[in-house]
Structures are given as C-alpha cells and as structure tokens.
Design a protein around this ligand. Sequence first.
Ligand code: C5P
Length: 218
Amino acid sequence: MSGPIPLIVAIDGPAASGKSTVAKAVAAALGCVFVNSGGMYRAFTWWVLQKGIRPDDTAAVLDLLAATRFSCGEENGVGTVSVGGTRMTRTEMASTEVNANVSVIAAIPEVRDRLVAEQRRYAERGGVVMEGRDIGSVVFPDTPFKFYIDASPEVRERRRRSEGITDSIARRDRIDSSRAASPLVVPPDALVVDSSDLTVDEVVERVLAAVRNRRMTP
Ligand code: C5P
C-alpha cells in the first residue's frame, strides 16, 4: 500500500536572490525538510580543493568523485551533507575559494548525476522544500509546486556585500546559465517572484499562498 504523495516544493533562482532564506521559512511553515542543494555542490567543491585537485582537471575530479561517499541526511528539519565522512562547516562552504570554483564543478554532468540522485532521495522520505538551479526543471520536473525567485543584479550584489562575503555572482550566474548540463532556467510552469522590492515575509507569503492554492486545484 502506498502512502500519501509527499509535498515537493521546488525553488530555483540565481545567486543571492534570497531563495535560501525564503525556502527555509516556507519549509518551516509547511512542516517539510529544507534542503539547500547548492550546499551539496559546495561541499564537493571544498573536498576537491582540499585534495589539491584543480577544478578544471575534469579527469581528476571524476576519479575523486568515484572514490567519494556522500551522506545526505536531515537534522532539525534541515538537510545535511557529509562528503568522505566529513561534514563541512558553513564558513568552509561559503569561502572565497568555494565561491570561485563551485560553478566549474557543478557544470560536470557526472557530478550532477550523483548529487541529483541524493536530492531525489529526500522526497522518498517525506515533504521537502528544495532550492537550487535545476530543482523544478530536472530534479523534480513533475511537482506542480515550482517557484523562481529573482532579484535585480544590483540588489543581489548588495545583499552579498552586506553579508561580508566575497562572491563573483555575475560570473557564477554566467556559468550556471550557459552550461550544457541542467543550466539555470525558469521552468515554464514556475511562479516567478521578483524579490528586489519585497521583504522576506512578503516573498514567503506569496509562495505559501500559491502552494495552498495549487494544492486545492487538482
Ligand atoms: O545556491 P548556491 O549559490 O549556494 O549554489 C552554489 C553553486 O552550486 C551555484 O552557483 C551552482 O553552480 C551550483 N548549483 C547547481 N545546481 C543546483 C544548486 C547549486 O549547479 N541545484
């Protein structure tokens, strides 16, 4: 006997669009697990750098990938990831080195295949709100709950600066949008929310209202 279909909410958008903050609040309101898929690409990038491998040495990255065990779980409603038995700290994952190299690693199709398989596993365990670049287009294309959170480049740059983080947002967006494997796109059936002039609460409310609305409309 199969149980109820778990709720899957896909939230995509460019770097620093505010999607992580929004996804976390939406997950809490819906009683779902919050998963930041970018954290998985960041964790593996950190691991690659840690091993002294150049991110553009694809053959070496693939050898390491084959030898690496990922462990993705959940703690207090938030997805966790360990790579090679090591859990990265938030500081490591948001480091300047990781910011500068993550898009190159995330463009490798084999890396994506491994991590997408881990991401899909969350939905087998229960409701999930996942944010990233290809969640609505590739990871969960069948969910009716798709959102694309955008913000102007100026607002996004300002947000990162105010966090004190060095991040080449424009460069990452360029690589993420132009890569062959699962580029950043607006899924055709996604609700687009421009967060430039909205508060976090306003964006969260729009997403929650749309989820409730779509749940009632089969
Ligand atoms: O979301 P965040 O900015 O932390 O993601 C870091 C990087 O991970 C992105 O710039 C992108 O290269 C990659 N990513 C991806 N697909 C996802 C999530 C993140 O390629 N679903």
